[in-house]
Design a protein around this ligand. Structure first.
Ligand code: SDX
Length: 427
């Protein structure tokens, strides 16, 4: 590719340098275009816009590739652990044994919440959606850590990252326990990250909680699959909020709010409810016709970037089978509907022409339900895991010496200049 692009505007040529990454499309650097040519570029949903330079995650939507710091997602899901992936996303390299021990200790010893913090939960209605609780609770965390408000201090950025990664499971488990009326359970320092979360979520005072290695491994793998995903809507929200220098906890709360949407992280809940609505394999043809008639979308299908199989969906489907086998639900009716729906969709021209394939949300709902989570907790688990990606991207933004506040412009098509008319003179 050439080293510059030439834009011809009103007969005048403007050069825009072309920048090359290590993988993926080149970019045309238009940062000087407005100053030179007095025009903006126009890309409302950023389908053709690179908002930043990043070294964290690479996605090739056509080839179904997802790399975290160069490592393929399927290798990380099979061979790594969520905390090791968190270290990788934050620091750029897999940790050696000493580095991992220190990181794991730092995370483990920040899992507790201030005792006053629990009062926030009781302020919510008992039927509050756990994502509403997460959005409020994580934002409230910024009131507790005045010692890490200087986002230009790398040490304070690091402690914020550790606190967020450590406390999200405790908050998420509290949101769940509160919604089902069970007492809160404190984290234990002798348990691993995923196991600690499962115990805080499902432990009841009346009996000793029994760990299940299959569920623990599945939970840890699900966290890995949801850890980061390039500049998606919620990550871009965190970067945008962070660009003003806002408190990191408030930025993550903004990311949680964005993730909640049904087109984004809320799709796992919607996908499961869709399978429940379909109810039987016999109803699939009629449901698919409704999708073709644009009555509704096939939740858990399609992706802004993946125009081939979402590599996470492949691992998610495998994990789904492992969990269902563990609980003896080999013939879970929803799994049958999901597999038949996938088979039909992957052979139907309507979906093929639109390059619609299952994404990570298609099988995650069935898996999480089999693990005992209600549907309204699915996006909470997504947010718990994605916090690591969000804070890694936020940290990377602050390490960019050229960092500035994000401030997009617009194409204005509103009323042109006009004078005010007093109310008694209006028509
Ligand atoms: C996540 O960005 C990320 O990385 C997100 C994520 C992450 O890890 O952060 O991967 C997590 O958000 C996964 C996506 C979860 N959302 C869903 O499963 C909801 C259902 N999917 C759709 O809403 C949709 O596919 C989107 C929002 C995901 C993508 O929407 P786009 O970019 O508008 O899709 P597109 O432009 O490629 O659509 C092409 C065509 C359009 O039809 P036409 O108007 O051209 O005829 O396909 C249609 C779309 O209407 N289409 C669908 C569809 N998705 C797109 N039709 C039916 N069912 C669908 N699911």
């Amino acid at each position: 590719m050439s080293e510059k692009a030439v834009l011809n505007i009103d007969g005048k040529d403007y050069d825009a340098p072309v920048m090359h990454g290590t993988l993926g499309p080149d970019v045309v650097d238009v940062r000087k275009l407005y100053a030179d040519a007095d025009v903006f570029t126009f890309d409302p949903s950023f389908t053709s816009t690179a908002s930043c330079e990043s070294k964290i995650t690479f996605i090739d939507g056509d080839k179904g590739i997802l790399l975290h710091r160069g490592y393929p997602i399927d290798q990380l899901a099979e061979q790594s652990s969520f905390l090791e992936v968190a270290y990788l996303l934050l620091h750029g390299e897999l940790p050696n044994a000493a580095e991992f021990t220190e990181f794991e200790h730092n995370i483990t010893y920040h899992t507790m919440l201030h005792s006053q913090f629990d009062r926030f939960f009781t302020g919510f209605r008992s039927d509050a959606h756990p994502m509403a609780i997460m959005t409020g609770a994580v934002g409230a965390l910024s009131a507790f850590y005045a010692d890490s408000t200087n986002v230009d201090d790398p040490k304070q950025r690091e402690i914020s990252a550790h606190r967020l990664i450590a406390k999200m499971p405790t908050i998420a488990a509290r949101a769940f326990q509160y919604s089902v009326g069970r007492p809160f359970v404190s984290p234990r320092n002798d348990l691993g990250y995923a196991e600690n979360f499962l115990r805080m979520s499902f432990s009841v005072p009346a009996e000793e909680w029994k760990p299940n290695p299959v569920m623990t491994r599945a939970m840890d793998r699900i966290f890995i699959l949801h850890a980061d995903h390039e500049q998606n809507a919620s990550t871009s929200t965190v970067r945008m909020a962070g660009s003003s220098g806002a408190h990191p906890f408030a930025c993550i709360a903004a990311g949680i709010a964005c993730l909640w949407g049904p087109s984004h992280g809320g799709a796992n809940q919607e996908a499961l409810e869709m399978l429940e609505t379909i109810g039987s394999v016999d109803n699939i043809p009629e449901f698919v016709q409704g999708v073709k008639d644009r009555k509704y979308k096939l939740m858990g299908f399609g992706h802004r970037v993946y125009k081939n199989y979402d590599p996470r969906a492949t691992v998610m489907q495998k994990t789904c089978h492992e969990v269902l086998d563990e609980i003896g639900h080999h013939d879970d009716p929803l799994l049958k509907i999901a597999m038949e729906l996938e088979k039909i969709a992957l052979s139907d021209p309507f979906f093929i022409e639109r390059k619609l394939y299952p994404n990570i949300d298609f099988y995650s709902g069935i898996t999480l339900r089999a693990m005992g989570f209600p549907t309204n907790m699915f996006t909470v688990l997504f947010a718990l895991a994605r916090t690591t990606g969000w804070i890694s991207q936020w940290k990377e933004m602050f390490e960019d010496p050229g960092r500035k506040i994000s401030r997009p412009r617009q194409l204005y098509t509103g009323a042109v200049n006009r004078d005010y008319v007093a109310i008694d003179k209006r028509g």
